[in-house]
Design a protein around this ligand. Structure first.
Ligand code: ME8
Length: 504
């Protein structure tokens, strides 16, 4: 089995922010989860470097597009490991290998008769790098972009067009045959109604722009940035591992993660382009919601900016990953705030998990010299943990990242209740109840092991520390059952989530 997951490639016209971090974190959870299932995984992220948004931003700064791209691509490349993201490759659309694949695929699309020459006349938003139909424009406010509210330019260009309209019926058929190609359902319906409203042909090339991939059959033109960008998902596999082509092993992608801002490109243009090129279509396009950062209340230690770099410096990447996937139901829009972040950090990470893990190991050290009493776990917990890995797999297969985390967290709380119920500190004072204490200690240790395995995709660094303290490094999901492991000896574990750490 293989699993190929992608994030959008981010524009290098600006620096990375929390929204970019969000998609990368979500993709990483999927990648790690599938690795735990024993699958071959390829996780791709990177940067989108051509086109008007980048050329314009560079011009405004008085530097070349390549300089701006180099500068900001480095910041995006550095963000991934700081988030704990385990991407297998970082693609840049200025990579010559990518550019060669774009030329090759689009020349084939041209040769297959899906491209014709014509004059484009209409509105264009330089911020979206997108052409706008008359009915999309806010006429009242002048001719402005409905997304960016900047003034649209009137473009008249000799262009090559991609005959998108010819794919209207094939796309409608595709959506009928593959009801879960696009999820959630609201986004699927949005895409489908756009298709049904009638597709127009779209410019495939730009003549006025030079910052792009040259069109092989007419070098006066460069490809329209979206066709160049979308093909990253395909080109990367051919050169990510020098000397071996991964296309056969991983194409097509199982899951493209995006937000709704780029829905149309991924659910209309992309499948049409793949059909035109004779390439296989992706398993799924999953559209997550927006992080909304309005109505910010000041928080004690973070002020009022939820800057991913600052949060990571202070609280670690795991805390940011947890917060974003826990507090905003994945797939829906949700507000994020520093106050809510701190609340989750203190009550759930520091309290529910942190105050369960280190004190449990400390008890085993104090009462049993760190040796875990052998024997089966307490049957009392069996029903609560039964079938848990399967439940988590089901949720993740449906890209319910928040739902899967809630499944796991219910067991974190269950284990906390178990501690209250069995009160091991009290048992430790009664020598004739040593057998009961043994059972509680080994059950807690085993429960922690199971939780650490399940939480690993979300909290990789903390889970690894916990598994290491348990001397149980195996992260395979098959082992996430009570009694499946045999921890013999535990080591001390430093506090996993220290309270309100000082600024770094
Ligand atoms: O659109 N909430 O790049 P981009 C959630 N280069 N996610 C957010 C977000 C927010 N507030 N802001 C950004 C592009 N994102 C193109 C993509 S793909 C072939 C080319 C995330 O830098 C989300 O994934 O504008 C969104 O789709 C993406 O960043 C847009 O990144």
């Amino acid at each position: 089995m293989s699993f190929y997951v992608t994030t959008p490639i981010y524009y290098v016209n600006a620096a990375p922010h929390l929204g970019h971090a969000y998609t990368t974190i979500a993709a990483d959870v999927l990648a790690r989860h599938h690795r735990q299932r024993g699958e071959e995984v390829f996780f791709l992220t990177g940067t989108d470097e051509h086109g008007e948004p980048v050329a314009d931003a560079a011009h405004a700064l008085g530097i070349s597009p390549q300089e701006l791209a180099d500068r900001n691509a480095e910041r995006f490349r550095a963000l991934a490991p700081r988030l704990g993201a385990s991407n297998d490759f970082f693609i840049r659309t200025t990579d010559p290998q990518h550019m060669a694949v774009v030329q090759d695929v689009l020349a084939r699309v041209h040769a297959a008769g899906h491209v014709y020459e014509g004059v484009y006349e209409g509105w264009y938003c330089p911020r979206c790098a997108d052409f706008k139909a008359e009915n999309e424009i806010e006429i009242d406010e002048g001719n402005r972009c409905p997304i960016h509210h900047v003034e649209l330019t009137r473009e008249q260009e000799q262009n090559y067009f991609f005959a998108l309209s010819a794919f209207q019926q094939p796309l409608e058929d595709l959506y009928a045959e593959r009801p879960d190609l696009v999820a959630p359902a609201t986004r699927r319906n949005e895409a489908l109604s756009f298709i049904r409203s009638g597709l127009r042909d779209v410019p495939l090339t730009r003549q006025r722009l030079t910052w792009g991939v040259p069109v092989p059959w007419d070098p006066e033109h460069v490809f329209y940035v979206w066709f160049d960008a979308l093909l990253n998902y395909y080109s990367a596999l051919s050169y990510a591992r020098p000397g071996s082509d991964l296309t056969g092993a991983f194409w097509p992608a199982n899951c493209h993660l995006i937000a709704k801002d780029i829905l149309r490109f991924h659910t209309v243009y992309w499948p049409a382009l793949l059909m035109a090129a004779g390439l296989e279509l992706p398993g799924r396009v999953f559209v997550h919601g927006y992080l909304l950062m309005e109505g910010e209340k000041m928080s004690k230690s973070l002020g009022n900016v939820l800057d991913p770099f600052e949060v990571i410096d202070r609280f670690g990447a795991d805390a940011l990953r947890f917060y974003l996937l826990r507090d905003v139901s994945f797939g829906q829009d949700g507000s994020v705030s520093t106050a809510a972040f701190e609340q989750r950090y203190e009550s759930e990470l520091a309290n529910d998990l942190g105050n369960l893990a280190s004190p449990t190991l400390a008890m085993v050290a104090r009462y049993r010299d760190g040796a875990v009493p052998p024997g089966p776990p307490d049957p009392l917990l069996a029903p609560d943990f039964a079938g848990l890995p399967d439940r988590v797999c089901e949720q993740i297969d449906a890209i319910e990242l928040t739902g899967a985390l809630e499944e796991i967290w219910r067991r974190v709380r269950r284990l906390n209740r178990y501690v209250e119920e069995r009160a091991p500190w009290r048992l430790a004072k009664e020598p004739d109840r040593a057998g009961e204490l043994d059972e509680v200690l080994r059950t807690l240790v085993e429960g922690l092991r199971v939780l650490a395995v399940l939480l690993w995709p979300y909290l990789p660094a903390s889970s690894e520390r916990l598994l290491e303290a348990l001397g149980a490094p195996d992260r395979a999901l098959a082992g996430a059952r009570l009694g499946a492991g045999a921890v013999a000896q535990v080591r001390a574990l430093e506090v996993l989530f220290p309270k309100a750490p000082e600024p770094a």
